[in-house]
Design a protein around this ligand. Structure first.
Ligand SMILES: NC(=O)c1ccc[n+]([C@@H]2O[C@H](COP(=O)([O-])OP(=O)(O)OC[C@H]3O[C@@H](n4cnc5c(N)ncnc54)[C@H](OP(=O)(O)O)[C@@H]3O)[C@@H](O)[C@H]2O)c1
Length: 172
């Protein structure tokens, strides 16, 4: 706001994974993953609401296949819960803020080639890659293209939706 004097697009693209099993997750770990992935998305959207009202702006959140299929111990229970929460937070805000003409949507990226994957072993990564119907990881550019689409005039009548950019991973 200081630099441009307006806010057209609010994109929440930060996150951290946790780990399982559920029986080993401390309350501190649980809170860290929920706060970083979900609570921060709410607080950012809340902070952006007034300026977005003025511009009839757009909000885009990042979920994950874990938010649909429950995930595994590789990312843990808090990540699965947070990424499921993101989907419904977007739906809630999409309804409440429709009167302001603020569109709120979510992207569900598959396994994207970013530093988030550094925690995985080569074997784990190969297993995931081999299970993706389109045969490769998603690129950050492909996710960015989805964000650009949801922020564009082409998506003017899309709100409360989720866009799956996963090479088919969401189906498995
Ligand atoms: N990569 C995937 O396979 C994948 C799949 C599905 C969904 N996603 C989601 O896509 C989004 C982007 O993930 P990514 O792959 O880009 O992950 P990444 O490479 O690990 O980057 C995570 C980003 O989040 C920021 N971040 C973490 N904790 C933060 C905090 N407490 N305060 C401020 N910033 C913080 C990091 O900033 P610093 O670098 O400054 O720490 C970094 O920019 C996340 O929501 C993730 O859950 C990723």
């Amino acid at each position: 706001m200081e630099k441009f004097g307006r806010l057209d697009y609010l994109v929440h693209a930060m996150g951290v994974t946790g780990t399982g099993p559920a029986s080993h997750v401390s309350i501190e770990q649980w809170n860290h993953v929920i706060n970083t992935n979900l609570t921060s998305a709410f607080l950012l959207a809340q902070a952006g609401y007034a300026p977005l009202q003025s511009t009839k702006g757009r909000v885009v959140f990042m979920s994950s296949p874990n938010g649909i299929n429950g995930g595994t111990e590789l990312s843990g229970p808090a990540y699965a819960a947070a990424k499921a929460g993101i989907l419904n937070l977007a739906r809630y805000l999409a309804k409440e803020w429709a009167v302001d003409r603020i569109n709120v949507n979510t992207i569900i990226p598959g396994t994207v080639d970013t530093p988030m994957l550094n925690r995985l072993t080569e074997t784990q990564l190969a297993e995931i890659r081999n299970s993706i119907p389109l045969g490769r990881l998603t690129t950050p550019k492909e996710v960015a293209a989805g964000v650009a689409f949801l922020c564009s005039s082409h998506a003017s009548h899309i709100t409360g939706s989720s866009l799956n950019i996963s090479g088919g991973r969401l189906m498995i």
